[in-house]
Design a protein around this ligand. Structure first.
Ligand code: ASP
Length: 436
């Protein structure tokens, strides 16, 4: 069994849905995981924001706008009257459901239920389309098996047990269509795996089924060795280890959701990044194996805030760092990078929603300096058995760029530097010229 995930742009128009129908057909067994059509989840988020603010009239207008787009898509996608009418009934039922929430009091529960409509519609539309062109497929409602526990973490046991049971009841079928992103929570209510979570769905399914391969299909031919938006002549990497891919995904390479590496890594299920626009290309294979030594790729992550806590009390003291870290724990704010000297500690955060509160706690321990608009540049590779000194190469490449922090040795796969956002592009280009 292979699991193939296609994102919003791959189902983003009737044209793309028709192409997708070609791509998914094969002799092997496959579970196809789909996102909502591109733009839909954002539109639904906008609608739920308006409902929270009780701006019901505008919410109604936005619902109608989205519905009109879907009516047009239904007209273009299906050729027969039978399927046009099925498609329109589908749109009626989902949009009537969404309209139910207008002019009522609105909660998170209802927000999640509305956000789920995007994936529910795209998968049903695709399933109908396959059926219209005579391709057999089985609809696999994710809400019947995908579940998170009380901490919001995937409930592996529940997912495995239920998915295996459902699949065993459908053992004569080969092509399954399911929704990415959506799930139920521990109370059985509709929930989701957070924005961009469809990759995570695919990885969870692949992992619990010990699938042969999980494929994440996008419009780019795999992980590139640098950010193609800022650097010319980047090239796709053929192979990466799970650890290397996790660093790249976390530190900015937009191609796959960072959490989606974990389930496959746990169960040693290879992940392949494939390009919908050139399906025959091999893409990037992510597995337990690492090939090649030294520096392989560079990624950058913006919107980083750096905090420096300086205190004489840190000198020769113990327990100081614990107190500092506890503040971040209280405000559920993950720390990305950290560097220390004898009298100060610098660290970075990506989520600054509790920055004011964090700062007011930290001043109890020392002088706090905050720099916003920083970028982490992450240089990834296999530094385990190298002798050439990748750190030296990185510093040489960046000799003209002011570096706010440098982190090396945390893992054997990552050298990170923190630069001001204005210097990011120059730094990426300098690294590219010097290293590749
Ligand atoms: N539709 C969801 C989102 O836009 C999930 C996904 O596409 O991965 O975040």
């Amino acid at each position: 069994m292979k699991v193939l995930k296609f994102g919003g742009t791959s189902v983003g128009s009737p044209e793309r849905i028709k192409n997708l129908a070609e791509l998914v057909q094969a002799d092997e067994s496959r579970i196809i995981v789909l996102s909502a059509m591109a733009g839909t989840t954002n539109a639904l988020v906008e609608i739920t924001d308006l409902l929270y603010k009780e701006n019901n009239d505008l919410a109604n207008e936005k619902i109608s706008e989205l519905e009109t787009q879907y009516r047009k898509r239904i007209e273009e996608l299906y050729t027969t009257e039978e399927y046009k009418s099925k498609g329109n009934e589908l749109i009626n039922s989902h949009f009537n459901y969404i309209r139910n929430f207008v002019y009522r009091s609105f909660t998170t529960l209802q927000e999640k239920a509305i956000l789920a409509q995007g994936e529910l519609i795209s998968t049903a539309m695709f399933h109908y389309y396959l059926s219209e062109i005579g391709v057999n497929s089985t609809f696999l409602p994710a809400l019947n098996f995908m579940r998170i526990d009380k901490d919001g973490e995937p409930d592996y046991f529940y997912i495995k047990e239920n998915l295996e049971r459902i699949l065993s009841e459908e053992s004569e079928h080969k092509l399954f269509i399911t929704q990415g992103f959506i799930c139920r929570n521990v109370y059985g209510e509709v929930d989701n795996l957070k924005r961009g979570g469809s990759d995570y769905t695919a990885s969870l399914i692949g992992s619990v089924l010990q699938s042969e391969e999980v494929q994440i299909w996008t419009d780019i031919d795999g992980f590139h060795n640098n950010d193609p938006r800022y650097v010319e002549n980047t090239s796709a990497l053929k192979q990466l280890s799970f650890d290397e891919a996790a660093e790249l995904a976390y530190f900015g390479a937009k191609i796959m959701h960072p959490s989606s590496i974990v389930p496959c890594k746990l169960n040693h299920v290879p992940v392949r990044l494939k390009n919908t626009l050139s399906p025959l290309d091999e893409g990037t294979l992510i597995s337990d194996d690492s090939i090649g030594k030294g520096i392989k790729a560079i990624a950058a992550k913006d919107g980083i805030t750096a905090l420096k806590i300086k205190s004489g009390r840190m000198l020769l003291a113990y327990g100081f760092l614990r107190k500092v870290f506890e503040v971040f724990e209280i405000y559920k704010t993950p720390i990305d990078m950290i560097t220390t000297s004898e009298v100060a500690v610098s660290l970075t955060i990506d989520d600054d929603s509790n920055l004011k509160e964090i700062e007011s706690e930290l001043v109890k321990y020392g002088n706090v300096e905050i720099d916003k608009d920083q970028s982490i540049i992450c240089i990834v590779g296999d530094f385990i058995s190298e002798s050439a000194g990748s750190a030296k190469l990185v510093l040489e490449a960046l000799e003209h760029i002011p570096l706010r922090m440098i982190s090396y040795g945390g893992s054997l796969h990552n050298i990170s530097v923190l630069v001001s956002k204005e210097d990011k592009v120059a730094a990426l280009q300098a690294l590219s010229n010097h290293l590749f």
